[in-house]
Design a protein around this ligand. Structure first.
Ligand code: GDP
Ligand code: MG
Length: 162
């Protein structure tokens, strides 16, 4: 059995971009339009000589109605299925209420959670990601999914024990 990594976070933080990088594909829909990936999407990832399954999700907004409810349910289910959760936040947008909501849920699970501050390309990553420590999920890993920065290091530390 390959380890399963779930990508969760509110819409538009870069989950599908990271999915595509990890699976070397363009399968996941990436767009500026938030919430485009509505279902869970599974891919086989090969990165830093590690093989694993990665699960992309539609995102959690915090005021779920209609299709958003479904997206949130898919995300919760993906967390249940995962060995490791990558929780993405947007270092450019800063800390939002939906991030807090997701963090509240993740602190209650017994899954191993890695908090990823994405989009640190071209900004001061250290200062822009500092506020995410308040989510109470430990270390904040700075990445730029679109460019690959920090991803190899992340995979090494997240998957080494599995
Ligand atoms: P999702 O809704 O969480 O799946 O987010 P997407 O992967 O669709 O990305 C949302 C937007 O953020 C797109 O316009 C991406 O190009 C952009 N994006 C994703 N990763 C990065 C990054 O590392 N740096 C920057 N600057 N933009 C990014
Ligand atoms: Mg997406």
């Amino acid at each position: 059995m390959l380890p399963v990594v779930a990508l969760v976070g509110r819409p538009n933080v870069g989950k599908s971009t990271l999915f595509n990088r990890l699976t070397h594909s363009r399968d996941a829909l990436v767009a500026d339009f938030p919430g485009l990936t509505r279902d869970r999407q599974y891919g086989q990832a090969s990165y830093e000589q590690r093989q694993f399954i990665v699960v992309d999700t539609g995102g959690i907004t915090g005021d779920e109605e209609g299709i958003d409810t479904l997206m949130a349910q898919q995300s919760l289910q993906a967390i249940e299925e995962a060995d490791v959760v990558f929780f993405l936040v947007d270092a450019r947008a800063g800390l939002l209420p939906a991030d807090q909501l997701i963090a509240d849920h993740l602190r209650k699970t017994d899954k191993q959670v890695f908090l990823l501050a994405n989009k640190v390309d071209g900004i001061d990553g250290d200062s822009e990601s500092a506020e995410f420590f308040s989510l109470g999920l430990g270390n904040v890993h700075q990445i730029a999914a679109a460019h690959g920065r920090g991803v190899a290091q992340l995979i090494q530390s997240a998957l080494l024990p599995l």
